[in-house]
Design a protein around this ligand. Structure first.
Ligand code: ADP
Length: 293
């Protein structure tokens, strides 16, 4: 059994990005710049955005954090997005989700210029991904593809069972794994909350990608010997022995499933650490005009 080390892979990717930025600097090119828009003071969102900005500094990117109170109007937010769309200094930007209820999230996401949409949430990027055109891939699926590639996991002709159909993880993952190029060429089954007899499908899987948010949903009896298991779940469960009072648990019953696997991601330290690295990679691509050439 081989552990898929997301932390190490993320560091490797960030080092590669830092080296490219140093190269750009040496040639007097434009330093990539990521902006993040944050509305409100939700603890999780503040932490995520702060980490994204810190990661920019670490690889040598420019970064801007634009903050609004919870009561910001939709119009104000849309005006700021327009400004960011037109600002040549900004190569890419993100609007941290979730947004307050009085703001139409879809309208906000669609206001972002697809060429600067480094989260890959704009329908233009989703459509391009489905059509097999170059696009900004959402960070989590992009990170999973990197893990598969860097560990040279075989996907050709394999049966990949994706569990969960969210717009940002399960659905794009199922599409990407079925694409006619590595890391794809898999036969894909997409399971979700209406699936009858989930175990029937997972037991046939060569590759399981679980993005559900139910701790321990995937148990030992549901996994074939030698399977590759990628766990996207990160649910906070109470843990009195931790200073924080909680720990993260994945969708997979790791202790019992791991011995049967050829490869498995730990939680934490698997898919999670890759998301920031992939956001940086998208920003570098935006700066280099690689996606919309
Ligand atoms: P994320 O964005 O991290 O993928 P979401 O909470 O948006 O997570 O989506 C969870 C997904 O998990 C949904 O697509 C839902 O259909 C799926 N799901 C929920 N419960 C089950 C279940 N018991 N079995 C299979 N899939 C489930």
């Amino acid at each position: 059994m081989i552990l898929l080390d997301g932390k190490k892979t993320s560091e490797a990717i960030q080092n590669e990005i830092a080296a490219e930025v140093a190269e750009i600097k040496a040639h007097g090119g434009k330093i990539p710049h990521l902006a993040a828009v944050l509305v409100g003071n939700d603890g999780g969102s503040v932490t995520y955005v702060t980490n994204k900005v810190l990661a920019c500094e670490k690889v040598g990117f420019g970064s801007s954090l634009i903050r609004y109170e919870d009561d910001v109007t939709e119009e104000e937010l849309l005006n700021k997005i327009q400004e960011l769309n037109e600002d040549d200094e900004i190569d890419g930007f993100i609007v941290q989700l979730p947004l307050p209820k009085h703001i139409n999230t879809q309208k906000v996401l669609e206001a972002v210029d697809p060429r600067k949409d480094v989260d890959g949430f704009h329908p233009a990027n989703v459509g391009r991904m489905v059509a097999g055109l170059s696009s900004f891939l959402p960070a989590t699926p992009y990170g999973i593809l990197q893990l598969i590639e860097r560990y040279q996991i075989e996907t050709n002709g394999k049966h990949c069972v994706v569990i969960g159909r969210s717009n940002i993880v399960g659905s794009p993952m199922s599409i990407l794994m079925s694409k006619a190029a590595y890391p794809g060429n898999a036969t894909v089954t997409l399971c979700h909350r209406n699936t009858i007899d989930l175990a029937y499908y997972t037991r046939q899987a060569d590759i399981i990608i679980a993005a559900v948010g139910i701790p321990g949903l995937i148990t030992e009896d549901m996994v074939k010997e030698g399977a590759v298991v990628i766990d996207v779940g990160t649910t906070r469960v109470p843990d009195a022995t931790r200073k924080s009072g909680y720990r993260l648990r994945g969708d997979v019953d790791f202790d019992n499933v791991a011995p049967k696997c050829s490869y498995i991601t730990p939680v934490p330290g698997g898919v999670g650490p890759l998301t920031i690295a992939m956001l940086l990679k998208n920003t570098l691509k935006a700066a280099k005009r690689e996606v919309y050439a």
